[in-house]
Design a protein around this ligand. Structure first.
Ligand code: URA
Length: 418
């Protein structure tokens, strides 16, 4: 088999066989196929697409390119959740403890922030002392004891995807639905869960800009799940405006705690109950209405918050964060309130622009090894459909360094008046 024949076949609209896809991925991971040929194949797939069978074969080849996590030492149906990224997305910090408090084992691997989108691992690591570098054996041990563990993805998980993602990033081939679907699902499958809940976002602050594309991505990923024998369900959610009222790292942990205490904004609460309901439904084999009811009960009786505190403490962090987060995170050195320049109605608050405000405040990173400021972020006071008076506070910016004009510009420009 030759790489060039596989590229030509896809370039001309052919259907690749399982063997051809596997050959290409294995040889590329081993360094025997070079970046130029891999980029040519990615571009051919970008234009010609892939059917479900090809996409499933690509997914499995990437999943099997490295370590495959064995969670069989944990009894019960292990349910994973994946959000396709966004602004203010702290759902894992809320739904994972809810599901675990219902008895669904959660052994989850999460990623870090890149660009303007946040990452669960950075949010968790803003809690002093908390570690997410947990070997698989230890993760199994922790989940058997407490029912929950959220760890960082190891370098050995789906290395083919890691290599291809970096290549796609610089060759204009990120936005291909079959490749994105294979990229996400390869990591989920390698991470070992029995069932997967996908939280697919669309809008200005998401990868998928339209609901139609998000639906196609969701259908493709659910199709892959079915093809490889992992029950997979998807939820679509808008990312035109940030999820909840806080964007950053420590500030999002605080908002997650508030939500688990029964407070928080309605959009965040509703979305998390919906996602948790699906996880519980898959994990306990109950219908989704019952899943949502149980999720709500675990918030009301305080057991979900207790589960988060247990998880934080088991992973070395200070569980006081669940009682008095301000005491743990301290006071951020710099802050600036943004006020309305006129009276009127706020049509919406643009997710991408708030994400960029948070990013320039120090909450994000350009490359995965960049440091980030755990205390940087944005707290919104209004989001959509609010009537405001001139001079009313719209949001506050936080950073450990002086607030830049650029951050202020991004934040001000996010508020669209009707
Ligand atoms: N997230 C991923 O993991 N992969 C993609 O290709 C896009 C988003």
């Amino acid at each position: 088999m030759r790489a060039v024949d596989i590229i030509i076949k896809k370039r001309d609209g052919g259907i690749l066989s399982n063997e051809e896809i596997r050959f290409f991925i294995e040889e590329y991971t081993a360094g025997k196929i070079q970046d130029d040929q891999a980029a040519a194949l990615m571009m051919s797939i970008f234009f010609r697409g892939m059917n479900y069978k090809e996409t499933a074969a690509l997914t499995l080849a990437m999943a099997e390119s490295g370590e495959q996590v064995d969670l069989s030492g944990i009894s019960g149906i292990k349910v994973d959740k994946h959000s396709t990224g966004g602004i203010g997305d702290k759902t894992t910090l809320i739904v994972a403890p809810i599901a675990a408090a219902c008895g669904v084992p959660v052994a989850k691997m999460s990623g870090r922030a890149l660009g303007f989108t946040g990452g669960t691992i950075d949010k968790l690591e803003s809690i002093p002392g908390l570690s997410t570098s947990i070997p698989v054996g230890k993760m199994v041990e922790i989940v058997n004891k407490t029912g929950i563990c959220v760890a960082g993805q190891t370098a050995e998980l789906a290395p083919a995807d890691k290599k291809l993602y970096a290549l796609r990033d610089v060759t204009g081939t990120i936005e291909s639905i079959p490749i994105i679907a294979a990229s996400i699902m390869s990591k989920k499958i390698a991470a070992g869960a029995d069932a997967i809940v996908l939280d697919v976002k669309y809008g200005s602050g998401a990868f998928m800009k339209t609901k139609e594309d998000a639906q196609k991505l969701a259908d493709t990923m659910c199709g892959i799940g079915a093809e490889v024998g992992r029950r997979t369900v998807a939820v679509l959610n808008t990312m035109e405006v940030p999820l909840g009222m806080c964007v950053g790292n420590a500030i999002e942990v605080k908002e997650a705690v508030e939500t688990l205490k029964g407070g928080g904004s309605d959009d965040l609460k509703k979305h998390c109950i919906h996602l948790a309901g699906k996880m519980i439904s898959l994990g306990l084999n109950v219908d989704e209405d019952m899943g949502e009811k149980l999720a709500q009960e675990r918030i009301s009786d305080g057991s979900a918050l207790k589960k988060l505190a247990e998880m934080i403490s088991t992973q070395g962090g200070d569980p006081e964060v669940c009682e008095d987060p301000d005491k743990v995170f301290g006071i951020t050195a710099y802050s600036k309130v943004i006020k309305a320049s006129k009276s009127g109605y706020i049509k919406y608050t643009d997710a991408y622009k708030i994400g960029m405000a948070a990013f320039t405040l120090g909450a994000g990173r350009t490359v995965k090894t960049d440091p980030f400021d755990p205390n940087a972020g944005v707290k919104l006071y209004v989001k959509c459909d609010a009537e405001v008076k001139r001079g009313q506070e719209l949001c506050v910016l936080y950073s450990s360094k002086p607030i830049s004009d650029e951050s202020v510009r991004w934040a001000k420009s996010a508020f669209e008046f009707r």
